[in-house]
Ligand binder design. Structure first.
Ligand code: 13P
Length: 282
């Protein structure tokens, strides 16, 4: 059944777990994510990142997610991940995404506020919820177990509490992606998460918090995030790695079998994350 992330977050915040938001890039990954959620009886946020448009258009992605999501026995939300421009995000609202992200986090604060508010006003008028990001979660350059000494004092990329409060008030955004030490893609070492900052943000903000860059972030870190204030954790890279690992070393002469084996690897990884994040108390 299709639901909005708002309904999902009300429950997850009350019960203290995070929902996995796996990014799908083709029909197989979309189908596998829904099947896995159904097997465990837990909700899932099917996410499609605008940056993956060379694999699927925003329209194609929605059609697939709707097909699998509508007939699912568990709650499914369809989310546009990292909407990069206001026009595309508004289009996603018109098309029928139940949740959208406008990511202007690399822009100056005022631009981020203006773009996020424009999207919120439009999406809310259409019954769609909005995620934005404050404090940029980039790709690389975070503090990890490997570079701790060199970078320990650099907290400039982390989300600031007062700024976040102001951002939420000025934009009316429904959930906020925060920067507390993760980055997209793989790390050298394990990232050092600023749990104090997470607790401060959780206590100060009235809306659910989102963690981007889940892949390779370390099980202890992720489990703590899921139970100490984060309501949604985005994961992409780890599913592609799980697919590759599942077919590594085999001399395939059958493409069909190779794809099914790769999908099985994705399924196992998603099950693992559902359990690690206590999703739906899985
Ligand atoms: P990873 O690829 O690091 O898991 O990040 C995914 C993400 O944050 C998508 O929004």
């Amino acid at each position: 059944m299709l639901v909005t992330t708002k309904e999902m977050f009300e429950k997850s915040r009350k019960e203290g777990y995070a929902i996995v938001a796996p990014d799908f890039w083709d029909s197989n990954s979309c189908k596998v994510y829904v099947e896995t959620a159904e097997e465990l009886g837990v909700p899932v946020i099917l996410s499609f990142a605008q940056a993956h448009s060379e694999m699927l258009s925003v329209e194609e992605a929605l059609a697939l997610a709707k097909f699998y999501g509508e007939k699912a026995s568990v709650p499914v939300a369809i989310h546009l991940d990292h909407g990069l421009d206001v026009e595309t995000v508004k289009k996603a609202v018109d098309l029928g995404y139940t949740s959208v992200m406008i990511d202007a986090s690399s822009q100056p604060y005022e631009v981020n506020v203006a773009r996020t508010k424009e999207v919120c006003d439009y999406a809310h008028a259409h019954g769609v919820v909005v995620e934005a990001e404050l404090g940029h979660v980039g790709s690389g350059d975070v503090i990890t177990s490997e570079n701790k000494e060199a970078l320990t004092d650099d907290k400039s990329i982390y989300t600031e509490v007062e700024m976040a409060k102001q951002f939420v008030e000025e934009t009316g955004v429904d959930s906020l992606a925060v920067s507390i030490g993760t980055s997209h893609g793989l790390y050298k070492g394990t990232p050092v998460i600023d749990f104090d900052r997470l607790h401060e943000l959780r206590d100060a903000l009235p809306i659910p918090l989102v963690l981007h860059g889940g892949s390779g972030s370390g099980d202890d870190n992720l489990e703590r995030c899921a139970t100490e204030g984060i309501s949604k954790i985005n994961v992409f890279t780890d599913f592609t790695i799980a697919a590759l690992d599942a077919i590594k070393g085999e001399e395939y002469i059958n493409l069909y079998k190779m794809i099914l084996d790769a999908d099985a690897g994705i399924k196992e990884k998603l099950k693992y994350y559902f359990r690690l994040f206590h999703t739906g108390k899985a």
